[in-house]
Design a protein around this ligand. Structure first.
Ligand code: GLN
Length: 286
């Protein structure tokens, strides 16, 4: 069978299973089965039998709602391709904006210090190191399964020539975390677990992303409450905090930051779909 025929059939199968972007997923899975890029499919004719068999198995797993990124083993994030799989949260495109905001905050600073709390695959931390040479980035993760992926991705990026990111095992709500950096950090950023306990998530997410990366208590903001204390301790006066949140938390999170009392310029920002997505604030000088 030709690549075109295989993609057409698989896209129909995935659509019938209710997968959100069946055509793109079919193309990316065939590219993975062949070990080529998606664009190379355009010039692929007959597909060898062994690749057809590998592709069929991948399509069935995708129809069973295994995340596409677990099947290809990678997730794109800004300029990077990160390794992901069971045990680590798959980085989402909306988080790329949060990383972009960090880069704006440190633009022009020759040797800024950035702390990424709850780094998971390392997405935000590694993108910042990739796009701002000279930055010192500390990436903190509490989940022993996830941090294996953080370390792997950090090692890959460092050997590709990026500024090395320091990976640390730790809890973002721990008062003893990184005390040696108290008052010395320019930006604290986090995509914390923020899903309210009663929320319903797609199977790709509940069955495959680690629970520690998702659930945030009754209003989803339990971890964020502890994170604010850590951030105010680590940041220098005038330093910045950025926190991703769920679309329904676009008022609650800024209100929580204002009520915390150590912050000015509290603002909320939408993602590319126009949904409230992250809150930023500047640490006040007293
Ligand atoms: N945005 C994620 C989701 O929709 C949740 C991420 C998080 O809690 N940090 O599944």
């Amino acid at each position: 069978m030709t690549a075109q025929q295989l993609v057409r059939e698989a896209a129909a199968r995935l659509a019938e299973a209710g997968v959100e972007s069946p055509r793109v997923d079919a193309e990316l899975l065939l590219a993975a089965a062949l070990g080529v890029s998606r664009t190379a499919l355009l010039t692929t004719g007959e597909v060898p039998d062994d690749a057809v068999a590998r592709f069929a198995a991948l399509v069935e797993q995708r129809a069973d709602r295994v995340p596409l990124q677990h099947l290809t083993g990678t997730a794109p994030f800004r300029h990077l391709e990160l390794s992901v799989g069971p045990g680590v949260f798959v980085p989402r495109p909306e988080t790329e904006l949060v990383a972009g905001w960090v880069l704006e905050r440190i633009a022009g600073l020759p040797a800024p210090t950035v702390v990424d709390l709850g780094t998971g695959s390392g997405a935000i931390a590694l993108a910042v190191a990739n796009e701002h040479p000279g930055v010192r980035v500390l990436a903190v993760e509490r989940d022993p399964g996830a941090i294996e992926w953080t370390r792997h991705n950090a090692a890959t990026r460092a050997s590709a020539g990026d500024t090395p990111v320091e990976v640390l095992s730790g809890d973002m709500t721990d008062p003893a975390l990184l005390t040696e950096l108290d008052g010395a950090v320019d930006v604290v950023v986090s995509n914390p677990p923020y899903v309210p306990d009663d929320a319903r998530l797609p199977r790709e997410v509940v069955d495959h992303d680690p629970p520690l990366a998702l659930w945030g208590g009754p209003d989803g903001l339990d971890v964020v409450r502890g994170l604010l204390d850590t951030a105010v301790r680590l940041l220098r006066p005038g330093g910045w905090l950025g926190i991703e949140h769920a679309d329904l938390q676009g008022s609650a999170l800024p209100a929580l930051v204002r009520a915390h009392g150590h912050w000015t310029d509290v603002a909320d920002h939408p993602d590319l779909a126009g949904r409230p997505r992250y809150t930023t604030a500047q640490r006040s000088g007293h």
